[in-house]
Design a protein around this ligand. Structure first.
Ligand code: SF4
Length: 401
């Protein structure tokens, strides 16, 4: 039975290539853990200790927990931990984690809730045939009353989501399905996020119909992953936190250059090719601009000559010029505000089909994005051919990259 997790599915959504590196090729990243993940892990360890010890009637003071936090931080910190944000240090992150623990402790003591699971492994059956299984881990599971459970999740992020984001969050909703499946007395399950850095708790609760829809959605996502043949790189702002940048085709060369000395990178073949390409492109643009200017002036002179001499044909040595002056009908372009109105008039007149044409570019996009029903896509695909095209896009390299 293939087993998935929410992070596995999200990883595919974020970038299919990242998914392939991590889950299919099983590559162990060479780039170190980000400081954000490091700090989050240290805070989670502290809260795990707090509740594990409470199970055996031991209540740690805030000072005890902060000492535990510092000990773990110092023991586990290494030069491999990556700080991406300019101007921030290890201390900034250590202090942020400390503040998260203090906020939580002060807000939630004396910790009288009934904790039934800490770092609880959860299994979610997605289909009646038990073909697909999803696994997850709940930070803390609480029995809030008879038949009532709460799933608690700790966040150390520096951004606070909106309530709408919380209501749409799929991860804990999937765990909610798991709790209903694993504890037969679970009638009501609520989801609680502790945004520790903001000292704020956010809560939501999914209805059974919404959970059913979510299960279908996740099954579809899994089937899409399983049908994927080509795992393409999807560059985004999240690449900054991707542990595979050193092997990803989108970043690999940038990394290579970064690690070379000035002398070495100036001789590096790729570096030289880009410089030469940029130089020739600039030269070409300059040349074209000059020729365009000359042609424009020349055309102006030709029209003037034709008008003055009242001739439509002008003879040269081996060539002749034919001058045509005519009035053409023009309509507003797509960018024009009045274009919509014009489209509407033609559509309502029933003449749209006579003057419109299929956009094969838009059609290719719709097929690529699989926007339509499978049945329709199959019919259309009979007409498609696959052609390999190669393009080069030149842009300025930003040091931030
Ligand atoms: S660096 Fe970006 S594009 Fe490359 S694998 Fe990672 S997420 Fe994908």
């Amino acid at each position: 039975m293939p087993t998935y997790s929410h992070s596995k599915i999200s990883s595919f959504d974020q970038c299919p290539l990242k998914y392939k590196y991590r889950y299919i090729d099983g590559i162990k990243p060479e780039i170190g853990e980000s400081v954000e993940i490091f700090m989050g892990n240290r805070v989670h360890e502290v809260l795990e200790k707090l509740y594990s010890d409470l199970k055996l009637q031991k209540k740690n003071s805030l000072e005890d927990l902060l000492a535990y936090y510092k000990k773990n931080w110092d023991e586990k910190w290494s030069d491999e931990v990556e700080i991406k944000r300019d101007g921030f240090t290890e201390k900034n992150y250590f202090d942020t984690g400390k503040k998260c623990i203090e906020n939580y402790y002060k807000r939630h003591q004396p910790f009288s809730e009934i904790t039934v699971g800490i770092e609880e492994r959860i299994k979610i059956k997605l289909d009646p045939q038990d073909q697909y299984l999803l696994e997850g881990r709940i930070d803390r599971l609480v029995q809030a009353g008879p038949g009532e459970y709460e799933i608690h999740d700790y966040k150390t992020s520096t951004t606070l989501p909106s309530q709408e984001d919380i209501d749409r969050n799929r991860q804990l909703a999937l765990y909610q399905i798991g709790v209903h499946q694993m504890w037969s007395d679970a009638e009501k399950v609520c989801l609680i996020w502790h945004y520790l850095n903001f000292d704020k708790d956010m809560k939501t609760c999914w209805k059974p119909e919404a959970l059913e829809r979510l299960k279908k959605e996740i099954l579809e996502a899994i089937k899409k992953i399983e049908a994927t043949q080509e795992f393409k790189a999807k560059k985004s702002a999240l690449c900054d936190w991707c542990e595979f940048r050193d092997r990803c085709p989108q970043w690999k060369h940038v990394y290579k250059i970064q690690d070379l000395s000035k002398k070495q990178y100036q001789d590096e073949p790729g570096f030289r090719l880009v410089n030469l390409y940029a130089k020739l492109k600039a030269k070409k643009q300059d040349f074209i601009r000059k020729i365009d200017e000359e042609l424009e002036q020349l055309e102006e002179a030709i029209f003037n000559f034709s008008e003055k001499e009242k001739v439509d044909i002008i003879r040269g040595k081996d060539h002749k010029l034919r001058i045509r002056v005519r009035q053409v009908i023009k309509f507003p372009t797509k960018a024009d505000k009045t274009r919509k109105e014009l489209d509407e008039i033609v559509k309502q007149s029933g003449k749209w089909i006579e003057v419109s044409d299929l956009s094969t570019t838009k059609l290719a996009r719709a097929v690529k994005e699989e926007k339509w029903s499978l049945e329709l896509l199959e019919k259309i695909k009979q007409f498609q051919t696959l052609e390999k095209t190669k393009s080069i896009f030149l842009s300025k390299f930003k040091e931030k990259e």
